[in-house]
Design a protein around this ligand. Structure first.
Ligand code: ATP
Ligand code: MG
Length: 593
């Protein structure tokens, strides 16, 4: 491709809309343009990158026995009603774009395809003899993200590879899951990415196992915790650790103490010289459940710990045996709306009486009490006395009506000891989730009554797995991991072009002819090359070449008259001055070993 013919519009200045390096560089390099919030055009250079990544994904998935298909993006509401997800995905903070057709029938734009594929499997796969089947597609997904940002990292329209597997047994599902894990590792490695597999949350009712692949980068939205011996890694949503030791209280009998205006842990610790690990903090949350009910939660944690809201949602789901749509802190305005006005905020203890809820308008009139293990295992503690301006010192669980069951509700944090080996510590890194593999189990096949006939002649729901890769996010994550001050440094396997021939001065006939000849020879050798034949100043062309990040550059300049060119490696800026035939031979043998 000749750069004079390429749709290449580079920008000198950093666009104001872009906060992180990869977003800035993709805009500046003429790879993407913003069309609307979370909506981007993939310009020709970007589309080549996407296609390169997709080709690698296809090769590895085909090798793993998956079959490519293409499912519709318009989803009849009825399918999502059958799985029970229509309401959650379209109402409130739901992320599915939805619309009505001319007959008034409701449709959604596919954010993910479990419903469509599960219903098809129920039709097409009748017998265990047809199993296992693993279907994948590469397609644009639509999600009305609450906060689209960072360019392709979190778009409202983005390209995903999603795969769904169907099995006659859980053991068979596990085999495919492991195969996909291996395929994913090869995909990310071939794309030149350092991606860490981490344990991920699989939801309260979701399947048995789930793993995310994280590209480590400071700009990542996810926090991941890794053991310093390299044997454990988890998303913070899921991570576990050994909590630090609590400071003990000196065991006197319980007493009421006056704590006027001391409504925060900080204030209490300051005025009584307590350590936060001696206190219990009690949080009020409201959970919306699948059946439409609103369940007030009374959550107790050791006060030096932080609540992990994902663990909370899962715990509530398990305790209630229902899906939890969301959980959020109760605000004073919520209490007003419910007509609940006898809660002494700032002074509540784990034994707050359910009677305070008796006047609630729509809430369930009984707390679901959720106690973190750090709180449940305290011998003596400071906690609110359930009346204004009073706390209890040296309280035991017996004083509070009995020891509750301890749950894991706390955030694991860097510096804490690992559960698998307390000699090792957790460290934290930020990560960009580029892939996710998931043993779904029978959640969708049961909900949608999607069944096959097993060896014994009985029908049963399929065992299912699902496997996603954010193709467009991956492309940007690669830039986040591979760039320098001057621009992008694409890994060769996913670069839009492998090499660029830059002629310093197109007015100089020797340079122009040598450049043309080298470019033609690269193309003849099957190298995907660019030829910068523009009549721009050399400086402009070098800057652009650095910015767009083509891995190899052949510079044809003043020494062309002596047959000498420069071979430059973008990533390490290594420069070799060579006779042009040697440069060409060296480059071709590097790219086509
Ligand atoms: P996230 O937690 O980042 O919102 P998710 O867990 O909802 O993502 P999945 O449903 O697992 O996403 O989708 C599979 C993959 O698609 C993700 O691993 C991610 O790489 C990519 N992806 C998800 N949402 C977006 C988005 N809004 N923009 C770009 N890529 C996305
Ligand atoms: Mg995910």
């Amino acid at each position: 491709m000749r750069v004079s013919r390429l749709l290449l519009v580079t920008l000198r200045d950093v666009p104001a809309e872009a906060e992180i390096a990869s977003h800035q560089l993709l805009l500046r390099g003429g790879y993407i343009r913003r069309v609307g919030s979370g909506i981007y055009a993939y310009l020709p250079l970007m589309w080549k990158v996407i296609q390169r990544i997709t080709a690698i994904v296809r090769e590895e998935l085909n090798a793993a026995g998956a079959q490519e298909t293409l499912l519709p993006q318009l989803h009849p509401a009825e399918l999502w009603q059958r799985s029970g997800r229509w309401q959650g995905y379209t109402a409130g903070e739901g992320i599915m774009f939805h619309l009505e057709d001319r007959q008034g029938r409701e449709l959604g734009l596919g954010p993910t395809h479990e419903e469509v594929v599960t219903s098809l499997a129920g039709d097409l796969l009748q017998s265990y003899k047809q199993l296992p089947v693993n279907l994948y597609q590469v397609q644009t997904k639509f999600r009305d993200e609450i906060r689209p940002r960072f360019g392709l990292m979190r778009g409202r329209e983005f390209i995903m590879k999603d795969a769904y597997s169907f099995h006659a047994s859980e053991a068979d599902l596990r085999n495919t899951y492991l195969d996909m894990d291996q395929a994913y590792r090869r995909i990310f490695e071939r794309c030149g990415l350092a991606a860490v597999p981490v344990d991920a949350d699989s939801g309260a009712i979701g399947g048995a196992a789930s793993q995310e692949f994280m590209v480590t980068a400071d700009a990542g939205e996810d926090l991941i915790l890794l053991s310093d011996d390299g044997t454990y890694a988890a998303n913070q949503e899921k991570a576990v650790s050994v909590p630090s030791q609590a400071v003990q209280l000196d065991g006197a009998a319980m007493e009421l103490i006056s704590t006027p205006d001391e409504t925060s842990i900080d204030a209490l610790c300051r005025s009584h010289s307590w350590d936060p690990s001696q206190l219990i903090k009690v949080l009020l949350f409201i959970a919306r459940l699948d059946d439409g009910s609103e369940q007030p939660l009374l959550i107790s944690l050791r006060a030096d710990q932080e609540l992990n809201e994902v663990k909370l949602i899962n715990a509530v789901g398990r305790l209630k045996g229902q899906e939890v749509l969301d959980c959020r802190p109760i605000q004073p305005a919520d209490l007003d709306r419910q007509g609940v006005n006898s809660i002494p905020l700032g002074f509540i203890g784990p034994d707050l009486d359910d009677a305070v809820l008796s006047s609630a308008r729509s809430w369930t009139k009984q707390f679901l009490r959720c106690t973190d293990r750090t709180a449940a295992t305290m011998e003596r503690m400071v906690c609110g006395a359930n009346q204004p301006d009073q706390h209890r010192l040296n309280a035991t669980w017996d004083d509070l009506g009995g020891t509750p069951k301890g749950l894991d509700l706390r955030k694991a944090r860097a510096g804490e000891a690992c559960v698998h080996n307390p000699e090792t510590q957790l460290i934290e890194k930020r990560g960009i989730e580029v892939g996710h593999i998931f043993q779904l189990g029978r959640k969708y096949s049961e909900a949608m009554d999607s069944r096959f006939t097993n060896e014994a002649g009985k029908t049963e729901p399929f065992w299912m797995g699902c496997y996603g890769i954010g193709i467009s996010r991956l492309a940007q994550a690669a830039v986040e991991q591979h760039h320098d001050d001057a621009g992008i440094c694409w890994p060769t396997t996913i670069a839009p072009y492998e090499a660029i021939v830059v002629v310093a001065n197109m007015q100089d006939q020797t340079q122009a002819e040598l450049g043309e000849s080298l470019y033609n020879q690269l193309i003849a050798a099957g190298v995907d090359a660019l030829f910068d034949d523009r009549k721009e100043r050399a400086g402009v062309k070098f800057k652009d070449a650095d910015l767009i990040g083509i891995p190899w550059r052949v510079v044809v300049g003043r020494d062309a008259s002596d047959g000498i060119v420069e071979l430059v490696e973008r990533a390490n800026r290594g420069v070799q001055k060579l006779p042009h035939a040697d440069a060409l031979k060296g480059l071709i043998s590097t790219l086509r070993p």
